[in-house]
Design a binder for this molecule. Structure first.
Ligand code: NAP
Length: 458
């Protein structure tokens, strides 16, 4: 809703735009508008809500009542949309995932999914899309019974982030990076999504999901695909998604033995005392994996992905570490091997890109020090970029699915994590194994150390 409000305030919504919400509490339109006013005022990030603009936006908000399990709800939605003379419809399932199938079937029965007379009907499905490969396949089948694939928009809000989109511009609009973007020059890649907060009252949800499902299967694999995919032949939705899908399919599927070597689970001390979390919970609040991508570009280059709650810093970034210079010619023990070139794409909290390289320190003698060449989004463009949801909502309305996940992408990413899910489902971990405010379990450090690498924990 804050993103829709922002789009409205920039006059980017189409004429006649309206929102019909649903509630099981019998909320009137007036009450819904006032609830949304307070929520938008609370959650707008940069600027306060403009009270002059609000009434224009709010008069297009409506609410109908009913339970997702009750067919009447879908009849009421259809009736309301008819009254409002709405033809192009975007259904947005910001609902518990257990209702996705029920709602899709309900929309189908109420004849709300059929596109006719040039009117479009689309559906946005929130994450998580399934909880393993099997359930994701079943969900795909269930949604396909009602909506065709081009009507389906599976949202992964990471793909809507400016910096993640900028990876495509960085890689494919510039001539100098792509030639070194491969196994000959890249030593390894680290992708980190670290949070300082814990489960924040969502212990019940998190207990069922865990870090691997919640972050790695979805967001971090999509980021990996963006960083590692082959250049698409054209910048059109299906060509870009084809390349992302191809990359996800190239991820090596681990055996159970390989899972033990290449995946680490962690749980912070205190998780078991959170509300709705059992005292012997084996759910991971931290996950780290070492992936291999089996294609000519990346064979032998580890991609380390990690995510966790209650870690030392709130940061999401991608670090591409390049090989050392072939010869350390500035004397023994110099900085050349201790500080290899590093390209860092910062996704959060401050969006930007920096390149680390060695420089001569001023003064006599040849002493070297790492320095950094920085690009900062805010400083360079001087304006706030759109929030991920603004970009994604507008794209869905415009019928551009480039930043949404396709059926084959979602299944390929589940396939990549499935052996880890299987192995962890019966493992008895020695949890808790990391302290809040640390960088996670020591096993994750050991996993990299075995390959002569270490996490960037600065
Ligand atoms: N993209 C991300 O990173 C991210 C992060 C968090 C969540 N999500 C996803 O976003 C979606 C929404 O999350 P959420 O935390 O807002 O979910 P939620 O609180 O569990 O549920 C959303 C809404 O569904 C309604 N609802 C539940 N059961 C219903 C029923 N039987 N009939 C009618 N309405 C019912 C709830 O109404 P009541 O208020 O009446 O209970 C609530 O308003 C989920 O799919 C979640 O997984 C995504």
């Amino acid at each position: 809703m804050p993103s829709l409000y922002r789009l409205a305030s920039q006059r980017r919504l189409p004429p006649g735009f309206c929102v019909v919400g649903t509630s099981r509490d019998g909320i009137s339109d007036q009450r819904f508008r006032s609830m949304m006013h307070d929520a938008v005022a609370q959650f707008l990030e940069d600027s306060p809500l403009d009270e002059q603009l609000w009434p224009d936006f709010a008069r297009n908000l409506y609410c109908v009542s009913g339970d997702f399990n009750d067919r009447q709800l879908y009849g009421s939605i259809a009736q309301k949309l008819d009254e409002l003379k709405q033809r192009n419809l975007l259904f947005y399932l910001a609902t518990p995932p257990s209702f996705f199938e029920t709602i899709v079937a309900g929309l189908g029965e109420a004849n709300l999914a059929r596109e006719e007379d040039h009117a479009w009907r689309r559906i946005v499905i929130e994450k998580p899309f399934g909880r393993d490969l099997e359930s994701a396949r079943c969900l795909n089948q269930a949604v396909h019974r009602v909506f065709a694939e081009p009507q389906i928009y599976r949202i992964d809000h990471y793909l809507g982030k400016e910096t993640v989109q900028n990876i495509l511009a960085f890689r494919f609009a510039n001539g100098i990076f792509e030639p070194v973007w491969n196994r000959r020059f890249v030593n390894h890649v680290q992708i980190t999504a670290a949070e300082t907060i814990g489960v924040e009252g969502r212990g019940g949800y998190y207990q069922e999901a865990g870090a691997l499902r919640d972050m790695i299967q979805s967001h971090l694999l999509q980021v990996t695909a963006t960083i590692a995919m082959e250049p698409p032949a054209a910048f059109d939705p299906e060509t870009v998604r084809d390349e992302r899908a191809r990359l996800l399919r190239a991820i090596k599927i681990m055996t159970a033995d390989e899972v033990r070597e290449n995946a680490v689970a962690g749980q912070y001390r205190g998780f078991r005392q959170e509300k709705d979390v059992p005292p012997d919970s084996m759910t991971e609040t931290y996950a780290a994996v070492a992936l291999q991508i089996e294609n000519w570009r990346w064979a032998g280059v580890p991609f380390y992905l990690r995510t966790g709650k209650k870690l030392m810093r709130h940061v999401t970034d991608i670090a591409i570490q390049f090989n050392d210079a072939p010869l350390a010619m500035f004397g023994p023990g110099t900085a050349e091997t201790a500080h290899p070139n590093l390209l860092i794409v910062r996704i959060q909290p401050e969006e930007g890109i920096s390149l680390r390289f060695l420089s001569k320190q001023p003064g006599s003698g040849m002493r070297l020090r790492p320095v950094s060449m920085d690009f900062n989004y805010g400083a360079s463009f001087g304006e706030r970029g759109p929030a991920a949801y603004e970009t994604l909502l507008l794209d869905a309305m415009a019928g551009d699915p480039t930043l949404y996940t396709r059926e084959d992408m979602v299944e390929a990413s589940w396939r990549a994590v499935q052996p880890i899910l299987d192995e962890w489902s019966h493992r008895k971990f020695d949890f808790p194994n990391y302290e809040p405010g640390s960088w996670g379990p020591k096993e994750a450090d050991q996993m990299l150390a075995r390959r002569g690498h270490q996490w960037r924990n600065s």
